[in-house]
Design a binder for this molecule. Structure first.
Ligand code: NAP
Length: 244
């Protein structure tokens, strides 16, 4: 895809490592002005070293007020990728209140908070915007030891649809990408063990996990005008997992 994001200010959350980091680098190569947000300062500093054009913000997005303040400091934003998330993987009966609160705060409540601040300013300035939420195949299929993660991603899909409904009249599109396993730090947490990985690979018709670039391509498509009539959609990047 030959896509230019010149003159666009694009906020990527969870840009310190994994999918978000590679996405920030790619969007910058596509001439976007990238604002990379993450929790760990050192991760963002190495990103800035790799591409000095990228602007960085360190904030823990589970802190509602600090996050709102940080986001207000980088407005206006034309495009937003809500990518940051955590995965607390334990059997249902062993999950604690702390696991539940952390997961819902980072994966859902922060997405709501950040999107609200960004979208309000898009509307005020009459910017047609695009928001992509990073969900998962786990939003619609239960996966062992993923109860609270699956719950959070189910909420992400519904938040995506609700935002699409209410922001559409303002020409702001909102979609999600729903990847299968990707071998980032988070992916390794659940699937590094080959025997465990096989149980998932056996359920994926294409017989492999997704590459970071395959998820990024889907996000870039949804951010760009190539998807100008698409909003409220959940785009699987799952090798057919959800079809099987
Ligand atoms: P990752 O490698 O673990 O990276 C997650 C990023 O989110 C990190 O940069 C981390 O920050 C940031 N983050 C976590 N908590 C935060 C907080 N409280 N405040 C600010 N930033 C925070 O994960 P990934 O695999 O790239 O995942 C990216 C997205 O894809 C997530 O939404 C995930 O649910 C989704 N996904 C992943 C997979 C997979 O198998 N990997 C599959 C489906 C969907 P620091 O680096 O700064 O600490």
């Amino acid at each position: 895809m030959d896509i230019s994001f010149a003159s666009k200010r694009i906020l990527v959350t969870g840009a310190g490592q994994g999918i978000g980091r590679e996405l920030a680098l790619r969007l910058s190569k596509c001439h976007g002005t990238v604002i990379a947000l993450s929790k760990t300062k050192e991760h963002l500093e190495t990103l800035k070293k790799e591409d000095p054009k990228i602007q960085i913000i360190t904030v823990d997005i589970s802190d509602w007020d600090a996050t709102r303040k940080a986001i207000k400091g980088v407005l206006p934003i034309h495009m937003l990728v809500n990518n940051a998330a955590v995965a607390c993987l334990h059997p249902f009966l062993e999950l604690t209140q702390e696991h539940f609160d952390l997961t819902m705060n980072v994966n859902v409540k922060a997405m709501f908070n950040i999107s609200q601040v960004v979208a309000a300013e898009m509307i005020r300035l009459k910017y047609p915007g695009s928001i992509v939420n990073v969900s998962s195949q786990a939003s619609t299929t239960a996966i062992k030891d993923h109860a609270v993660y699956c719950t959070s991603k189910g909420a992400v899909d519904m938040l995506t649809k609700s935002m699409a409904l209410e922001l559409g009249p303002h020409k702001i599109r909102v979609n999600s990408v729903n990847p299968t396993v990707v071998m980032t730090a988070m992916g390794k947490l659940g699937w590094e063990n080959p025997a465990k990985a096989k149980t998932m690979l056996d359920r994926i018709p294409l017989g492999r996990f997704a590459e970071v670039n395959e998820v990024i391509d889907a996000i870039i498509f949804l951010l760009s005008d190539h998807s100008s009539m698409t909003t409220g959609a959940m785009l699987p990047v799952d090798g057919g997992f959800l079809a099987a």
